[in-house]
Design a protein. Structure first.
Length: 254
């Protein structure tokens, strides 16, 4: 009986740990360190420095400030299941796993971020809101740099797309070569979409932090302005993204 229970614990632990591994690597695999799947090692079009930077920014912005939520939930479920199995009843394992997942998710998410900031503020003898505002100001600097690079990628891609279609029309390149230019533009558009989505998620997370601080009685006016400034930058970039999408839709080859 004891061996059977131990085996169940091992199975649950192994499954939970494998889930945790998937959660922590999922976003990174979305683009990898070299961009969207199938494009990074393309012999036809080696990535430019701007495209590589776009891929790196994607990785950063798809690792959210609350990224520990999923991993925390898995760890909580594992601990809960072990406690449940310790009672000798498999049904209890499922119940405790569910409770543990919820608790772990909260600790790893918004609450985890807030607790970390509270502890940091206590050590530095400053207010939490000062640290969060500093984080958002640094975030805005990163966004500005990422957007500048995104501008470069979009501009280069639109120019390459226009030139490729022009060369195809004039007989300088064949349809296959022209199609590769379009495929590269599609990959870059996908990367741009991913980065914008990641920025929007990060912005929403800081909005949630601001709401919690405000509920605690803090004056969040300066923080909210920083968050709004970031949102404005993101919205402007969506328009540039749409221009690239329009170029792709017009005059498709094949």
């Amino acid at each position: 009986m004891f061996i059977a229970k131990s085996m169940r614990v091992v199975v649950v632990a192994s499954f939970a740990l494998s889930l945790a591994a998937c959660q922590t690597t999922g976003d990174r695999n979305r683009f990898g360190s070299n961009g969207p799947a199938g494009s990074a090692t393309s012999a036809d079009y080696p990535m430019t420095s701007a495209e590589k930077q776009l891929a790196e920014d994607n990785q950063i912005y798809n690792e959210t400030i609350f990224g520990g939520a999923a991993t925390g939930a898995v760890a909580g479920a594992l601990l809960g299941a072990l406690v449940g199995f310790a009672t000798g009843d498999a049904k209890n394992a499922a119940i405790y796993a569910g409770v543990g997942a919820v608790g772990g998710g909260l600790v790893g998410g918004l609450d985890g971020y807030m607790v970390a900031k509270k502890q940091e503020a206590a050590r530095a003898k400053v207010r939490e809101i000062q640290l969060v505002t500093r984080d958002v100001e640094a975030e805005n600097d990163r966004i500005a740099k990422s957007i500048a690079n995104m501008d470069l990628v979009i501009g280069q891609t639109r120019t390459s797309l226009e030139q490729g279609r022009k060369d195809f029309k004039n007989g300088k390149i064949n349809a296959v070569q022209a199609k590769k230019t379009e495929d590269r533009a599609k990959r870059n558009l996908t990367a741009v979409d991913g980065l914008i989505s990641g920025m929007e998620t990060r912005n929403k997370e800081y909005t949630d932090v601001s709401k919690q601080l405000k509920a605690q009685g803090e004056n969040t006016a300066q923080l909210d302005k920083q968050i709004a400034d970031a949102r404005t930058q993101i919205e402007r970039k969506k328009k540039e993204r749409d221009l690239l999408a329009q170029d792709l839709e017009q005059g498709r080859i094949g």
